[in-house]
Every structure is written in C-alpha cells, then in structure tokens.
Design a protein around this ligand. Structure first.
Ligand code: NAD
Ligand code: DAU
Length: 347
C-alpha cells in the first residue's frame, strides 16, 4: 500500500542512506525528506535520487511547529522516521542547549504534530531513531540489551534519552503507535569529518595530526551505515509497535586500533611507505566524561526480524576509504563551508 513517509534529518549522514534506500526500493511510497540543513546536512548526499518522482525535499526546522503542520497537511503524511538531531558528543559538551532544543523539543514538536494530524493512530507509525549511548558506559563488561536501564553520561546522550522517554510517554499516554531503535557507532560514506573515522581519513590524506583522546583505549561497536539503513527498513515494516530494538555489529574496536588500521590502509592506498601515517598519531586531552565502552547485543533484531549486518568491518572500511578518496570535492566543500553559503543563496 502507498505511504507518504516523512523522514527527518534525511540530508545528514545516516538519513541520506535511509532516504536513498526507501526512494529506490519503494517507488509506491512518497518520501518527504525534512531537514533544516545545519552544518551536518548536505543535499549533495542525495544527488542520485533528487529527481525521482517519489522524492520531495522540505527545508524545515523541527523547532518550527507551524511548518511541521504545513508539511503534514501538504503531503498527507502517513508515517514518520525521525533521524533529525544534533549528533556530535563534543559539540554537546560546548553547547548543550542546542541539543536540548533540537533533540528534545524538536522531537516533542514532531510527536505533537503527528498526534494532532493523524486520526486513527493504529494506521500510522512514529519511528524514532536513537543511540546506544542512552545506556551509559559499559565499564565492567557485558552488553547493552533493550532492557538495560538508561544511564546517559553526556549532554548528547541525555538529550537522546529524554527524546526516547517522550516517544514512549506518547505511546503510553495517547496510544500513538511507536517504535524505537538504539544503534551503535555508524561509519561509511557521507559522514561529516568531525567524527573519528572520516576525521582520520581526511587528516591522513592531508598529513595532519590524528587526535586520539586520552590513551585511545575507549571501545566502540562499529556498524556500516548501509546496514543501519537496512535495519531501519526491516524494523519499519516488520517491527512490533511499542517495541525497542538494539542495532549493532558485534564489532568492538579500541579507538587506537581503528586509527592504526586506517593508517595502514591509507599508506597502502596512497603508495606511502608502511608506518608513514602512524607518525601522525597525536594523543590529546581526553573528552570530558568520556564513556569507556559501548557494545550492543543485537540478538533481538536478529532472531525476531532476521536482520544481520551484510559487511565485515575490513570490507566496510575499504569501501569507506575508497569513497572518501574518490569524493575529495565533497570533503573540500563540507570542510570549507562553501556548501553552507550555497544553501543560504538557494534555499
Ligand atoms: P548527522 O549530524 O549527520 O545529521 C543530522 C541531520 O539532522 C542533518 O542533516 C541536519 O541538518 C538535520 N537537523 C539537525 N537539526 C535539525 C533541526 N532542528 N531541524 C531539522 N533538521 C535538523 O547525524 P547522523 O549521524 O546521521 O545521525 C542521525 C540520527 O541517528 C540521530 O538521531 C542520531 O542520534 C542517531 N544515531 C547516530 C549514530 C551515529 O553513529 N552517527 C548512531 C546511532 C544513532
Ligand atoms: O554510539 C553511537 C554514537 O556514536 C552516536 O549516537 C553519535 O551520534 C555518534 O557521533 C557516535 O558517538 P561517539 O562519540 O562514539 O563518536 P565519535 O566519532 O565522536 O568518537 C568515537 C570515539 O573516538 C570516541 O571514543 C571518541 C574518540 N575520538 C573522537 C574524535 C572525534 C578521538 O579519540 N578523537 C577524535 O578526534
């Protein structure tokens, strides 16, 4: 059956892969990408589908309630997949209020708009995309399960935890049909080069220092972004209303080992002598309140919905490096701020 799906944050890293997957796979759905194009939103990410008849872009801020109402009415929105957020932990440490505004108030605005616009809630789904960081830090072993108590440690994760609570509160209080997924660290093409992997690729390419926080001993569980988009597709279509699903790759790495792997692969690809790029590694002051370890137990989505990651990490890293090396103009644009000037002039 045809649906008119509002995908928020569709010009960002994960959102652009979700939008591309849905536009290509479901020609009967109308996909409305709603994004206000912060520094992290980039319409270049969507060049391959921008002319598709089932795709529409709306430059709207989720803090603008009147505009949200207009978009729901104009496109007769049937479902929401909500990704728009401030997403970088370091930025949340310097400007927590921006995270409160977009991640908490923006989410509540969207919930209110859906609640007011939809009539029979059983026919519509509000899908909230969240993070494993809401569970806190695994300092003493174990894995994050869907039942792990929330224990957010950074302003970013506190804002995401709050947004998750609001989604559950709207399901409980108003009977909105909702689903939440909490995913581990994503990597892959189109990620803004403030995050560890694209930052290192960019800096190795340009012979700049690779800032490793603390001793580089912190552990993250990495998943290729296209596999996250595939999981969102599966949960959107087969997930049980009211449920939470954890998404992850069972793929834990210490930061320093990832940085060394990137150095080794980049030396090979750039024809540099082995060990050249490792000399760029620079240990710097640790992130304030730095979570030690994240690790998702993704058994529930695997056993109940049959989703599994499609790529091994080394294969995903190769694809990621190759993408950045063959899209240097994308990196140049996002790091120079030229694309922001372009949007100011055109949108
Ligand atoms: P991103 O920063 O790359 O993209 C965020 C997008 O949201 C951008 O296009 C931005 O323009 C848009 N946006 C921000 N504020 C907005 C506002 N007020 N109104 C409208 N649009 C706005 O983020 P990402 O890494 O793609 O993350 C997407 C979602 O997935 C977030 O909710 C994040 O919490 C979650 N998540 C991310 C990861 C990860 O590793 N990156 C892992 C798990 C969950
Ligand atoms: O776990 C999911 C989360 O993963 C998402 O919810 C967030 O949106 C996403 O940004 C990511 O958060 P992290 O803080 O884990 O990602 P980041 O790439 O910023 O950092 C990864 C690890 O690398 C972390 O332990 C901090 C460290 N790091 C990061 C940067 C940017 C460094 O050592 N040096 C750096 O320069």
């Amino acid at each position: 059956m045809g649906k008119n799906i509002l995908i928020t944050g569709g010009a960002g890293f994960i959102g652009c892969h979700v939008v591309q997957l849905f536009v290509n796979k479901y020609p009967d759905y109308k996909i409305v990408n709603l994004d206000c194009l912060t520094y992290a939103g980039n319409l270049e990410n969507l060049k391959s589908i921008e002319d598709c008849p089932n795709y529409v872009f709306e430059k709207v801020d989720i803090l603008d309630e009147a505009e949200l109402k207009r978009v729901f009415e104009a496109h007769a929105i049937t479902d929401v997949i909500h990704l728009a957020a401030e997403s970088h932990v370091d930025r949340s440490i310097t400007d927590p209020l921006a995270f409160v505004k977009t991640n908490i108030i923006g989410t509540v605005n969207l919930l209110n708009t859906a609640k007011a616009y939809w009539k029979d809630y059983s026919e519509h789904l509000f899908y909230h995309v969240s993070t494993d960081e809401v569970y806190g830090s695994l300092d003493h072993g174990g894995f994050f399960l869907e039942t792990t108590p929330y224990d957010p440690q950074s302003p970013y994760s506190a804002s995401k935890a709050s947004s998750d609570h609001f989604v559950r509160a709207y399901a409980n209080t108003y009977k909105l049909k909702t689903v939440i997924t909490n995913c581990s660290n994503n990597y892959g093409p189109n990620q803004f080069p403030e995050k560890l992997i694209p930052l290192c690729i960019h800096n190795i390419r340009n012979n700049k220092p690779l800032p490793v926080y603390g001793k580089g001993e912190n552990i993250r569980d990495w998943l290729y972004v296209v596999d996250h988009a595939r999981a969102i597709d599966v949960v959107f279509h087969q997930g049980k209303a009211g449920e939470t699903y954890n998404i992850g790759g069972f793929n834990e790495w210490k930061n320093i080992d990832i940085v060394r792997l990137l150095c080794q692969k980049m030396d090979e690809k750039l024809g540099r002598a082995a060990g050249t790029s490792e000399q760029l590694i620079t240990f710097v002051k640790d992130r304030a309140g730095h979570d030690l370890r994240y690790a998702i137990d993704a058994s529930k989505i695997q056993s109940e919905l049959g989703w599994e990651p499609s790529l091994q990490f080394e294969e995903g890293i190769e694809k990621t490096i190759d993408w950045y090396l063959s899209n240097e103009s994308w990196l140049e644009n996002v790091t120079s701020g030229n694309y922001q000037k372009y949007y100011e002039a055109h949108y």
